[in-house]
Ligand binder design. Structure first.
Ligand code: BDR
Ligand code: CA
Length: 341
């Protein structure tokens, strides 16, 4: 079993990451903290609670933290993730409630309860984790390791020409984390899933059709690019229906941005890596965050050639097997969907 703490900005692909973890018997989620990013932090919390309800998940604590980045004014991204952050999906209002514990306390308390055992997965801006580290500087040594979805190295940005969303929303927090997690033994360095690798994970309508089929959901729908914007799924299985509605929005967004009729599965990849290191080939390298650049604030820089002479502080994922990843995602989520039919 892998004990996990999540920090998320749910988000369409954060939703799929959560579903993958809920569908993974080897994952034990000890808590979820919510960061403002794709949508406001409260909406992130509602989305997480609603997915947990829908999946009839065991009780999982969902906490709020900072509702704005450390310095940067908050930006959200409803045009990417839909009005509520879950695309066109309309999940029933959750029965569960937000915990009264603050996100920073969650991270510190849980890490201290299980020293050296907890894997942290961050698929949103790093605001909460940076605040937790400021409050409890031991945290990097108390966690077993962390996996971050963030950054763009030898790859174009998705927020500015050179920056990736999670880092661009709160660059100061990202810098704090790369500094605070420096000096760890090699096997405990943060694993970083940047756009260079996450944009190789292209979800296409065929994947959704395979998910429906494996879930025993009818009709098996193949989302057609000619469909009117916002067409809703009629899938018999509730999980397949909501996932299809969420992903349709993401396909529409990616098409609008010139990527084609596909959707990048950034966060589910980071979730898979949090459970099993073998999902990525990684390179140990020193990573830092540009804070001062007038054009490049929020850009992640990797010192591939070692010219800084600084110890590596990250294990950057450089390659994965997209086909094996989608097979895994479909197998796992369909098994969960079948339990809800
Ligand atoms: C990241 O930004 C968000 O929009 C996604 O959820 C993902 O975590 C990709 O840049
Ligand atoms: Ca995210």
């Amino acid at each position: 079993m892998t004990k996990l703490l999540l920090d998320v900005d749910t988000g369409i692909d954060d939703s799929l990451a959560l579903l993958l973890l809920l569908a993974s018997p080897e994952a034990e989620i000890l808590g979820i903290s919510c960061t403002a990013g794709n949508v406001g932090a409260r909406q992130v919390a509602i989305n997480n609670l609603a997915w947990l309800d829908l999946c009839r998940a065991p009780e999982v604590e969902v906490c709020l933290g900072a509702e704005v980045p450390l310095i940067e004014p908050l930006k959200t991204s409803e045009e990417t993730h839909g009005p509520q952050g879950i695309g066109w999906a309309e999940l029933p209002a959750p029965q569960r409630t937000i915990s009264s514990r603050h996100a920073t306390d969650l991270w510190s308390d849980v890490a201290r309860q299980h020293p050296g055992e907890v894997v942290g997965l961050i698929t949103g801006p790093l605001t909460n984790l940076a605040l937790a580290v400021k409050r409890d500087p031991e945290l990097p040594r108390l966690l077993q390791r962390i996996v971050i979805m963030g950054g763009a190295f030898n790859h174009r940005g998705n927020t500015t020409p050179t920056s990736e969303w999670n880092v661009a929303v709160d660059p100061d927090a990202a810098k704090i984390i790369f500094d605070a997690f420096s000096g760890l033994p090699a096997e405990r360095r943060p694993a970083v899933c940047a756009l260079d690798v996450t944009e190789t994970l292209e979800m296409r309508p065929e994947h959704l059709a395979r998910l429906a089929e494996a879930s025993g959901s009818t009709p098996v729908e193949t989302l057609d690019p000619e469909d009117p914007i916002g067409t809703r799924s009629t899938a018999s299985n509730p999980l397949v229906r909501h996932v299809t509605d969420a992903i349709r929005f993401y396909l529409e967004f990616h098409r609008e941005w010139g990527h084609g009729w596909l959707a990048h599965m950034h966060d589910p990849f980071a979730a898979a890596l949090a459970l099993d290191d073998r999902w990525a080939e990684t390179v140990d390298v020193t990573v830092d965050v540009e804070l001062a650049g007038t054009l490049t604030r929020g850009t992640t820089v990797a010192d591939w050639g070692g010219v800084w002479g600084r110890e590596p502080n990250a294990r950057v994922a450089v390659r994965t097997d997209p086909q094996a990843f989608f097979d895994h995602l479909i197998t796992r989520i369909s098994a969960l969907a079948r339990t809800l039919a």
